[in-house]
Design a protein around this ligand. Sequence first.
Ligand code: ARG
Length: 351
Amino acid sequence: MPSTALPSVQADNEWSQLRAVIVGRAANSCFPSEPPHMIKATMPEQYHEKFQPKSRFPQDVLHKADAELDQLVNVLAQEGIKVYRPNNVDWYEVGGYTGSMPRDGLVAVGNTIIEAPFSWRSRRCEVDLAYGNILAELAKEGPLTIVRAPKILDADTIYNGIENHEKEKEPVWAINNSRPAFDAADFMRFGKVLIGQYSNVTNHKGVEYLRACVPDGYTVEMLEVDDPHAMHIDATILPLKRGLLVYNPLRTSETALRRHSVLQDWDLRAYPFVPKMRDDPPLFMTSEWLCMNVLSISESKVIVEEKDVEFAEWVKQFGIQPIPLPLQHVNSIGGSFHCATVDLVRHDVSV
Ligand code: ARG
């Protein structure tokens, strides 16, 4: 390992100047096939019947989604940001979901990159197949700790006893706590503190496991969120720059956020508009709150979906320049700019 090499991964917040990033790929993505109770818990009702084994997303949506991702890559490259792309994977063949949502499977914390121990069976090979080569390349480029997810050797127990469980007063998630499970997109980084949510894909053992994986000095705190459909925190809270966070007031509150001392003196803004649902192309897997799912490329520039004009106008008052780009077809298959990327190097990591 050359001693002069800069770390190939060095990021612990969502806003400092971006230097290196993974941008996903949409080709061959399929509706993830998971037990009906999981689909019911997390996916929009009108599309439930699409979540079957071997069910492809419409070809034209995938085609346009890849064109959108390629355009994003060009814009990032023009900004001087190094971009890594996943392998092409035939998700239909392997019974998987997608390579377009890298945020769900990987998180950089300082000089460590951590793989999510997915609860979804359909996603367990995702990091290996789509991002394995990127991890190998990053390891060659500079000093780096890679924490791969534990392998499940026998039958997975994560759904045992849950599938037929009728929801009662207590929030009952679609998974149990029999093994660690989390999706990386259930966490946001605020320097030495990560703030996350329990969800239909993130359990208590998963959070304990993440606490054991983060480098020394980093801690993981859990936000109080009121969302029985919770899956991925990046349409619920999103820091736009140091000291400024936007949140979904239907899912969390200023009181809940202020409990986290790292946010004590932050400007916490409830998103003031009611986002509009899109049906062309359909939002097969998310709510309309995806409009918050932007990518900050520095403290003064965020990439926003070009149709989310309200959001773009709204950020200007904070001295932030919105960069509108199309991503509607990627939105259709599961997420927006935050979901479709993993920041690997950001300038100015807390020490
Ligand atoms: N579950 C969120 C919502 O429907 C969408 C989160 C998408 N995020 C992601 N990283 N794939 O509002």
